[in-house]
Design a protein around this ligand. Structure first.
Ligand code: KG4
Ligand code: ZN
Length: 345
């Protein structure tokens, strides 16, 4: 029997708990999403998120353990996201993890959420540290981050580039709002882009000479385009039906293309410049079908992309990451505090 880690994730709007054996074998991955709760506001309301985590936490832990056919006593270690994220949200997960660690007398392992997104790749059929092996060039693109990271070994990261303004997921969410689509924006933009004819084009911010990103320019360009086409701030009179949907589809597709183009090119550039052996995608935006397709088809190197459900926030990735931290003796005491602005590398 391997080592079973329970991973708890509450950094944003998912109350999520997973059970993973030996950092690779996924037993359960239970996610209580708060999307419906926040979508009426068009974005995440931190106070609402904190309260919902409190309601969902215990049932989600119980379900993750019982669906695995286990009892809490069978869990060998507790992993938990302690940052980055929303303070009030992180506290619920961390305090639950502390209570479990104390009551069960099991090690408590604090996990960096961004590192967790990378470790979702260990829950695929690949063994990234053996095939293709380190170093790995990783793109973590989520609602709060767009980081290019060189993973040189377990727990060994070098930040190569990051966004200077909006995160990619945040940009998708704002673009969706401009186009009158729902929240979260990424999946909506992807959905309406299907079947677009490529009639619109938006700029790309290349940030030449750096591996940094900038997405606020393309967002403003989209805003201006939406104003010029008469769909923002309100849809112009007489514009409706097929004509309106067609315009939104073309604009959404142009936006998606701009982001995907820059993210994939910068990931390839990072991999080449730093001699990476393979590429890893992680974070909610890595669920994007066009990004997955572009990176897989154009990469000269092996690519590992977790299934979409492991790209967006989940507890299994936290459990996988915690296992590798456990192996290197990375343990935390009950005094562990949240760190909402924790970084990686
Ligand atoms: O990693 P994640 O679940 O939470 C954070 O750590 O932020 O990422 C959420 C972000 C949201 O901004 C959402 O719009 C974006 O990921 N996202 C997508 C897709 N699915 C989720 N963006 C583009 N295409 C998608 N299919
Ligand atoms: Zn995330």
């Amino acid at each position: 029997m391997g080592l079973k880690v329970l991973g708890i994730e509450t950094s944003c709007d998912e109350t999520a708990v997973g059970v993973v054996e030996d950092g690779r074998q996924l037993w359960t991955n239970v996610i209580a999403s708060q999307v419906d709760l926040h979508s009426i506001y068009g974005g995440i309301v931190p106070e609402v998120a904190s309260r919902q985590h409190v309601r969902d936490m215990v049932p989600v832990v119980e379900k993750a353990v019982s669906d695995a056919g286990l009892a809490l006593e069978n869990i060998d270690a507790i992993g938990v996201t302690y940052g980055p994220g929303l303070g009030g949200a992180l506290i619920t997960g961390l305090n639950t993890a502390k209570a479990l660690s104390f009551a069960l007398d099991r090690p408590l392992i604090g996990v960096n959420h961004l590192e967790g997104h990378i470790y979702a790749s260990w829950l695929t059929s690949h063994v990234p540290d053996e095939d293709p092996g380190f170093p790995l060039a990783c793109l973590i693109a989520s609602g709060g981050h767009t980081d290019l990271v060189l993973m040189e070994g377990h727990g060994n990261y070098r930040l190569l580039g990051r966004t200077r303004d909006d995160a990619a997921g945040e940009a998708f969410d704002k673009a969706a709002r401009i186009l009158g689509l729902g929240f979260p924006g990424g999946p909506e933009i992807q959905r309406v882009s299907e079947g677009a004819l490529g009639q619109e084009r938006l700029p790309r911010a290349w940030m030449r000479g750096t591996l940094d990103f900038s997405f606020s320019g393309v967002k403003t360009a989209l805003l201006h385009m939406a104003q010029a086409r008469g769909i923002y701030p309100e849809v112009a009179e007489g514009l409706e039906g097929g004509e309106l949907t067609g315009m939104i589809r073309e604009m959404a597709a142009a936006f998606q293309e701009s982001l995907v183009d820059v993210m994939s090119a910068k990931l390839f550039e990072a991999a080449e410049s730093y001699g990476a052996k393979g590429l890893v995608l992680g974070g909610g935006v890595a669920a994007n079908a066009l990004l997955r397709q572009e990176v897989s088809q154009r990469s000269p190197l092996p690519v590992i992309i977790p299934p979409p459900v492991l790209c967006t926030d989940n507890g299994a990735m936290i459990a996988a990451c915690a296992y590798f931290q456990y192996l290197r003796g990375d343990q935390f005491g009950l005094e562990l505090d949240i760190d909402p602005s924790l970084t990686l590398g």
